[in-house]
Ligand binder design. Structure first.
Ligand code: N01
Length: 551
């Protein structure tokens, strides 16, 4: 049993009290715990539903699951010793390696004693009289904390489409974000995979190698850039170690939290020959850095069209059957207006004899039945269905917590028309609550650890300030949230991001979800400056109160 958890509840006593309760033991929750406990000396508890640390990576274990950010910067930067002792094995970290890294962090900083595993938060309620949060859990009764911090990730609520007849399917089915820990054996099986986002694009080539037959059901064709994954050599690793501080600094001062050097010219300001040379080089290097080939790919439609056309031409080159190549070619949105996937042999996989592509815009899925998936054209007989259908992103994990705030407010109702939050850090009417990488912050538009470190450090500094000045309550207002939401919209509208109608950034992938652009697209470094200025101005936009004012 972690420190600080006692059995008052079982004995009918008051809810066990903590200075802070954090939900989630992934990248965010672990570092937030370390800071609050070891820097500020607070009594902190992390609640985690899984049976180990890892967060998003605890659940995402599907074949081919690895991060699209490169390993040496998809990691914490706060501890030089940690950075020096952990050696990543490949250019992109595979899911198991990320879990081993996070387990190492938990052990190294002795975090486990303040983490309650196998514990699910069932509701969180603001107690006005006590000026505290009451946190209901499934295994430990009700706990109480002055500060409530959500570290639940942005992509953790699985989106499983309501396709009629799924319950009648005689085979097995799995969502990639809830993958069985023991793995799934595809040997000799007829597999159907629905979804061609980053996940489906990673899983398709790996499943194709094992399955007897793979049928990929595609709703929207996607752009994808080769990842060019490979083992990191000792020489590369020592170069990374030598320049680590500069790499970290570049990532922190960038738009997306990646240490890319963005070429300082428009795609339209160079000759066609140079443009094509640069795209070829970026394609050969591989990875999300393709977006840095020019400085206006996400701002100028004509510039973007040159990148989109380049990738379309690559698809036509790689995929031998012209009809399949045509189906795989995206035409309805500009490159990178949806989160761009990176892949290992994705397009080439459609040259395999055991792989079929079904365009479900042309021949939609009608239902699932005992033997497989019935489209308007035919019945695809299957043994296993894989749902690579993504997540109820950003708001889904928060709304699942059933949070009630001050004055009878309820987050589900408050966000019925879209998330409202100041800086993506706190919604109005939810005092002393902080949302790490919440909607309205750069979050999913960045390399996540950069956004996570910035948010957790800001929250730690804020709590430290409150304690130093005798404040016990911090809250924001409807007005501040409204102004910030307008900035989030304006930042998105200055880019091509809203041009993708089916993007999960807009909530468009979940039926009935309000279509609101959720992450802040104004850039990570710019956002961090705004947060710093807010703090420097005595937490402008927040109201801080001392105990007697609260009572
Ligand atoms: O999910 P997605 P994902 N019927 O929403 C389709 C991160 N990630 O899990 O485009 C049929 O992107 C849907 O079709 P459409 C990364 O940020 C990171 O792939 O909506 N199809 C789409 O093709 C990524 O962006 C890593 O028309 C349906 C697919 O399912 C995010 O997670 C690795 C459907 C879902 O694509 C989400 O990626 C993997 C339906 N009813 C993922 N509903 C890293 O490396 C949805 N689809 C860190």
């Amino acid at each position: 049993m972690p420190d600080g958890i006692n059995n008052h509840q079982a004995q009918g006593g008051a809810a066990p009290q903590f200075d802070a309760i954090i939900v989630g033991a992934g990248f965010s929750g672990l570092y937030q715990l370390h800071q609050l406990r070891d820097q500020l000396g607070l009594n902190v508890l992390v609640i985690e539903a899984g049976d180990d640390v890892g967060g998003t990576w605890y659940w995402n274990r599907y074949p081919g699951a690895r991060c699209d950010s490169e390993s040496h910067y998809y990691s914490y930067s706060f501890s030089r010793a940690l950075q020096e002792e952990w050696r990543w094995s490949e250019r992109y970290p595979e899911h198991g390696e990320i879990r081993r890294y996070l387990a190492h962090v938990a052990d190294r900083f002795d975090l486990r004693r303040n983490i309650s595993l196998n514990t699910r938060l069932t509701a969180a309620r603001w107690d006005e009289a006590g000026n505290r949060w009451l946190i209901d859990t499934d295994t430990r009764g009700t706990l109480s904390a002055t500060v409530f911090i959500t570290a639940v990730g942005c992509l953790s609520a699985a989106n499983i489409p309501q396709i009629p007849g799924l319950d009648t399917f005689k085979g097995a089915w799995h969502h990639t974000g809830r993958w069985p820990h023991q793995g799934v054996d595809f040997t000799g099986k007829r597999v159907g995979l629905i979804g061609t986002g980053s996940t489906g694009i990673q899983a398709t080539p790996v499943i194709a190698q094992q399955a007897a037959q793979l049928t990929v059901f595609q709703r929207t064709a996607n752009y994808s850039i080769p990842a060019r994954n490979r083992p990191l050599t000792d020489e590369e690793w020592s170069e990374i170690q030598d320049s680590y501080e500069a790499i970290r600094e570049r990532a922190r001062s960038s738009t997306n939290g990646h240490p890319f050097v963005i070429f300082d010219k428009s795609a339209l300001d160079v000759s066609p020959a140079e443009r094509s040379r640069r795209y070829e080089e970026a394609w050969a290097r591989g990875g999300l850095g393709f977006r840095a080939a020019f400085n206006d790919l996400l701002k100028n439609p004509a510039a973007n069209a040159t990148a989109s056309d380049f990738i379309r031409a690559k698809i036509a080159e790689i995929v031998r059957d012209p009809a399949t190549a045509a189906k795989l070619t995206p035409t309805d949105h500009p490159f990178a207006s949806k989160r761009p996937p990176v892949d290992t042999d994705y397009f080439d996989t459609f040259n395999r004899a055991n792989v079929t592509l079904v365009d479900i815009k042309a021949t939609p899925i009608e239902r699932i039945e005992a033997r497989g998936i019935q489209t308007t054209e035919t019945l695809h007989e299957l043994d296993i269905i894989v749902f690579a259908t993504g997540f109820d992103a950003l708001t889904g994990p928060l709304l699942a917590l059933e949070i009630s705030g001050a004055g009878g407010h309820n987050l589900r109702q408050d966000w019925a028309a879209g998330p409202r939050s100041y800086l993506g850090l706190q919604p109005p009417h939810y005092p002393n609550m902080f949302t790490i990488t919440g909607p309205g912050s750069p979050s999913v538009l960045t390399n996540m650890p950069v956004a996570i470190e910035q948010h957790t450090q800001w929250i730690t500094a804020c709590i430290s300030y409150m304690r130093a000045h005798g404040f016990v309550r911090i809250e924001t207002s409807e007005e501040e949230a409204g102004t910030w939401v307008a900035k989030v919209n304006a930042a998105a509208n200055a880019t091509l991001l809203p041009m993708a109608n089916s993007s999960w950034y807009l909530g468009a992938n979940v039926p009935g979800k309000p279509r609101v652009f959720m992450p802040y697209a104004g850039g990570m470094a710019h956002y961090a400056r705004i947060c710093d200025e807010v703090a420097r101005d005595g937490y402008r936009g927040f109201t801080l109160s001392r105990a007697r004012q609260v009572a």
